[in-house]
Design a protein around this ligand. Structure first.
Ligand code: TYD
Ligand code: MG
Length: 446
């Protein structure tokens, strides 16, 4: 016969507990634990009018306009948002910054960290110039402690970093396991609704892109965002997935620097100087998404040493690409100072942007602008061969979205989106023939 479990709950705050105890672990009331389900399970819940609730539309701003857009207009009160990303991508940094910004706007924030100690989080807060006193810290390993602290402190925003580090003592499995993650998420969803607290959960994603723990975690929460990026570049993207309060598919771009994450305006990256000599459009990737960015070069003849100076580009890669371009097109860069930069202060350092850097250098040296509305994607070998580049579909889509009508790509690239034509090239010369003043591309034998 199945064993009937006696339900015990606190008379004062409704917290259910697994065994009888003298003092409630949530509200610290003495002698308040008694048999019976918590208040909300008595069948006497009040019936509310849907339209009456004035608080419904008051959203909490995350402090980042782009993140608010991804969330569908800010954080809904009483909602639970999952921010999922690979380890090291910057979830803790993002969420601590959000906590700091919410606190600076007058919100009460509680940061529960199960992955880092108070000292570590405080050190990070200092580095991010967040007033340490503005955000309260609690250890985030023990679910009952977190629930109790929230009931006591009643913050506007609770951040749990991460859901995998949290443990429910009523579950026998290890922290991070499916039943633990599910139980903890359920308890936090309950808490969010019960106390009208907004909860953000950081969730670790495994290499294959799944949120570690059950997929049901994604069903339990209201909003799922992925935080993605490329470890080599500082570029990060927050992308909206499931959203009960807004549209899916919004993205916000960030850049990671020594002082934390700054939001960058992805759409505005290209506008300023299109069609000018020395400027070419590259397409960067961050995770599975891509962003079109302008790179610029300046070539100045000199009798002195041929200096090279870059900002926003990888100096070694830039020198190498400039040398290969020089050799392929006969630009005589050995008698020139060469400068390179990425527009908008972004860090452009991945090999897939080589061809655009080469186009900017060739254009600066020849004084001829690249063909209009053209982006360049491809990695360059020392021989001048243009190599295949990962994430081509996302890059082509981003180029199309940025208004590019044509993209110069390595041979064998995939189908372009509508409105974009591809020029397949095997060698730098085929891609940059316009810089030499030639009317036609060299013979392409493939
Ligand atoms: P973190 O937020 O700890 O990642 P996650 O929580 O997703 O595991 O960020 C880790 C990386 O970010 C780490 O390599 C250091 C870097 N970082 C910066 O570059 N600048 C900063 O200001 C901070 C706080 C971190
Ligand atoms: Mg972290």
């Amino acid at each position: 016969m199945a064993k009937t479990k006696v339900l015990l709950a606190c008379r004062e705050c409704g917290r259910s507990v697994g065994q009888w105890m003298g003092r409630c672990p949530s509200c610290a009331a003495w002698g308040s634990i008694e048999a019976g389900p918590p208040a909300e399970a008595t069948g006497t819940a009040p019936i509310l009018s849907l339209l009456d609730d004035q608080q419904d539309e008051t959203r909490l701003s995350s402090g980042f306009p782009g993140a608010d857009r991804v969330l569908g207009g800010g954080l809904c009160r009483g909602s639970v948002v999952l921010v999922a990303g690979e380890p090291g991508i910057g979830k803790s940094t993002l969420l601590l910054q959000v906590a700091g910004l919410v606190a600076a706007a007058g919100g009460e924030c509680l940061y529960a960290s199960g992955e880092e100690s108070r000292g570590q989080v405080a050190a990070r807060a200092r580095r991010l110039s967040i007033a340490e006193k503005a955000v309260s810290f609690i250890p985030g390993r023990d679910l009952p402690d977190v629930l109790a602290s929230v009931r006591q402190a009643r913050p506007d925003l609770l951040i749990v970093d991460s859901i995998q580090a949290l443990r429910d003592p009523d579950q026998s499995s290890l922290p991070g396991g499916p039943s633990q993650v599910r139980a903890c998420a359920d308890a936090l969803v309950g808490l969010a609704k019960e106390r009208d607290v907004t909860v953000i959960l950081a969730g670790q994603v495994t290499k294959v892109g799944e949120v570690a723990g059950p997929r049901t975690l994604e069903h339990a929460v209201d909003v799922v965002c992925s935080f993605d990026g490329d470890a080599r570049t500082g570029l990060r993207v927050l992308a909206g997935g499931k959203n009960r309060f807004g549209a899916e598919g919004e993205v916000a771009w960030f850049e990671m620097s020594a002082s934390g994450l700054t939001e960058v305006d992805g759409a505005a990256r290209l506008s300023p100087s299109q069609g000018e000599a020395g400027a070419a459009v590259a397409v960067l990737t961050a995770g599975r998404r891509a962003l079109a960015v302008e790179v610029q070069a300046l070539v100045v003849p000199t009798d002195g040493p041929p200096r090279r100076h870059v900002s926003g580009l990888d100096p070694r890669r830039f020198n190498l690409v400039a040398a290969v371009t020089d050799r392929a097109l006969g630009l005589r860069l050995s008698r020139a100072e060469v400068y390179g930069t990425a527009a908008g202060g972004l860090q452009v350092a991945e090999p897939g942007t080589d061809l655009a850097v080469a186009a900017a250098v060739a254009s600066a040296a020849s004084g001829r602008p690249p063909p209009p509305r053209t982006a360049f994607v491809g990695e360059i070998a020392l021989t001048g061969a243009v190599r295949p580049t990962p994430n081509m579909a996302a890059r082509l889509a981003a180029a199309g979205a940025a208004g590019m009508g044509s993209v110069v790509v390595p041979a064998g690239a995939v189908d372009p989106p509508t409105g974009v034509t591809l020029t397949n090239v095997r060698h730098l010369r085929d891609a940059l023939f316009w810089a030499t003043g030639a009317k036609q591309a060299p013979d392409q034998r493939f």
